[in-house]
Design a protein around this ligand. Sequence first.
Ligand code: 3HC
Length: 310
Amino acid sequence: EDAARAAQFQARIDEDERIEPNDWMPAAYRKTLTRQISQHAHSEIVGMLPEGNWITRAPSLRRKAALLAKVQDECGHGLYLYAAAETLGTSREELVDAMLAGKAKYSSIFNYPTLTWADIGTIGWLVDGAAIMNQIPLCRCSYGPYARAMIRVCKEESFHQRQGFEIVLTLCRGTEEQKAMAQNALDRWWWPVLMMFGPPDQASQHSDISTKWKIKRFSNDELRQKFVDATVPQAQFLGLTIPDPGMKQNENGNWEYSPIDWEEFKQVLAGNGPCNRDRLAARRKAHEEGAWVREAAAAHAEKRKGRRLA
Ligand code: 3HC
């Protein structure tokens, strides 16, 4: 690979220039972005499953409408992100096949079950809250199509976070049973949400090169800490207890949390989380049942192209 071109590329990155699909880029830049953007897209699509499970059981029409809108938004986020990944030269079919074959990852968080309605509020509040922390910096990612996809995603995520927080607030101001449901959901989701930000910095395989190429603007631990510091006061406002008795505020005002169980994270990534098999089975089934739609759309596109050329 031409060292001078690589140096010129790095100079563009250092100047905060945007890299566009037709620009020269190191093969490793293309590869790591295809990996991250496609896995981000897989996360959005698989993330529809835990919440979709409650659309027919939402407690009111208003809650159902908001949840329906959120799940549809996630599907749209997947679309933007697959489209951004395709600009790097890999087809959507190939990207999706990698996920269905268990070769490409999606966010660990979606391998946990949604047991009560409080989980839906907690997902909006914490999972989308964490996603916002991670996605705001991605709006300044060096790769143009990815950064631009993030602008709209972040706008929609803030609606997701607000509607989730409101659900949890309603439960916390409801009956004792409702507040207990909200506490039980927080107990189950808190630690898996902290794992969303990725392994600790010293165990992060891609952080160095992703930082050098301004794909990653903050480290995994920095974003995790920002999330914890922003969320503790919200839990206090709700009257909920974060399931980390050892947590304390240090002199800089940061909330120091207890060690995370990275063995659990490793197990979930290895496919042994509570719902991994269900999620992949659901995606494989949907993919098979949706084959006729893809074939029809492709045939229609061929016909239209033929008509235009005639
Ligand atoms: N779940 C699954 N895999 C994870 C993970 C997680 N929470 N955190 C890290 N990993 C994987 C990485 O993908 C990498 O494996 P790979 O080489 O096979 O891809 C490995 O663990 C090492 O981790 P690194 O820290 O070295 O990897 P990254 O530099 O890619 O950092 C990341 C991980 C911060 C998740 C980064 O990939 C990222 O920012 N991705 C885009 C954002 C994203 O995917 N967010 C998921 C949130 S879900 C969502 O947005 C939906 C919303 O609507 C709720």
